[in-house]
Design a protein around this ligand. Structure first.
Ligand SMILES: Cc1cc2nc3c(=O)[nH]c(=O)nc-3n(C[C@H](O)[C@H](O)[C@H](O)COP(=O)(O)OP(=O)(O)OC[C@H]3O[C@@H](n4cnc5c(N)ncnc54)[C@H](O)[C@@H]3O)c2cc1C
Length: 326
């Protein structure tokens, strides 16, 4: 019986495993990939994590994992397929006697974590499965990812100072990204497939007040061109059918984020976008389930906030185990 099974070994899961080990918890971190680091390993350069300026994302993932290994944290390479709640003895006795259990007694349940390699029994589950960015699926997107194609303006915007970029999308994230980029870029195009934006009114007003932003309405991206670096974006007006080319140094894709929360939909509460509802302490609506990193409801999805979440969530796990004497 583990105290906590941590699912995912991105920055949130790795930091959680370090904190769990140092707290003396019986913890295992389950990761479906053969390497740790999560989304970070696909990042060419990370330049906003203190102490590691300009580090390659893959190296950063390795460093985080080496730290956890050095402390003796336990890892398993497996894909978690299901999380099931088991009733505690107190609950079963109370139910047999038709007595309603109070909150404290509810918390006596444990969990079965089913993986493709077997079953793990645990008192708590820490979900750190992260999120993935929706892709456009157009030619050049994958080939030039990290070479001018980015899914995160906060992460990569600084590399495009004084250059020309295009943001694709029309929601809050796309408009926020365009506003953020406009502070450093010479010119920013916002390419949107409809004739109105979905973003909040206040964001739209700010965007439209910026002299170096041009919104290209009713337009989709056809392909991203460039040899070793983004050079141009091919676009098409969906109303007129007219095709044209934008000469750009960077393309920021902001067409949606997909939290990896399917496993939790039956065991705890997720919001309408699929993010697990949890505060900074990582406490979810179901006792014994905790969430950390990009998977949870939060403002800023970054390495540093994911790592902080891992630490906070393990502190909450400790408090939960202590309070419920399990
Ligand atoms: C291209 C790109 C560039 C970025 N650049 C930066 C940057 O420069 N600076 C910055 O601060 N942030 C950057 N980010 C954001 C940052 O990577 C994320 O905020 C951070 O990785 C989130 O960490 P996480 O641990 O919550 O999730 P993730 O990193 O997504 O890790 C989740 C892990 O869970 C595993 N997993 C998922 N489901 C299962 C399952 N069922 N069973 C087992 N394992 C599972 C996954 O394999 C993965 O390893 C970037 C993101 C991208 C995509």
């Amino acid at each position: 019986m583990y105290d906590v099974v941590i699912i995912g070994s991105g920055p949130a899961g790795l930091c959680a495993s370090i904190y769990a080990k140092r707290a003396g918890l019986r913890a295992v971190t389950v990761e479906r990939n053969f390497i740790s680091g999560g989304q970070v390993v696909n990042t060419y350069e990370v330049d906003n994590y203190p102490g590691l300026p300009g580090i390659n994302g893959f190296d950063m993932g390795m460093k985080f994992r080496e730290h956890a290994d050095k402390l003796g944290c336990e890892f398993q390479t497996a894909t978690v397929q299901a999380i099931k709640k088991q009733q505690g003895k107190n609950q079963m006795l109370l139910q047999a006697a038709s007595i309603e259990s109070d909150k404290e007694q509810d918390n006596q349940g444990t969990f079965i974590v089913e993986t493709d390699k077997g079953i793990l029994e645990t008192k708590c589950v820490l979900a750190a499965m992260g999120a993935s960015h929706a892709k456009l699926g157009i030619p050049g997107e994958e080939e030039l990812s990290g070479m001018g194609v980015s899914y995160c303006a906060t992460c990569d915007g600084a590399f495009f100072k004084g250059r020309t970029t295009a943001v694709i999308g029309g929601g809050d994230v796309a408009v926020e990204d365009a506003i953020f980029l406009a502070r450093g870029c010479e010119k920013v195009y916002l390419v949107h497939r409809r004739d109105e934006l979905r973003a909040a009114e206040i964001l739209q007003r700010e965007l439209k007040s910026l002299p170096n932003v041009e919104i290209i309405w009713d337009t989709i991206a056809l392909s991203i061109d460039g040899k070793d670096q983004v050079e141009a974006l091919q676009i098409k007006n969906v109303k007129t059918g007219e095709k044209s080319e934008l000469s750009v140094d960077g393309v920021f894709v902001a067409v949606g984020i997909l939290p990896q929360s399917e496993l939790l939909l039956d065991v705890t509460v997720c919001d309408e976008k699929g993010y697990v509802v949890a505060g900074e302490d990582g406490v979810c609506k179901t006792p014994g389930i905790f969430a950390a990193g990009d998977i949870r409801t939060k403002k800023l999805r970054q390495i540093i906030t994911a790592a902080a979440d891992g630490a906070n969530a393990i502190t909450s796990v400790q408090e939960y185990l202590l309070k419920n004497k399990i």
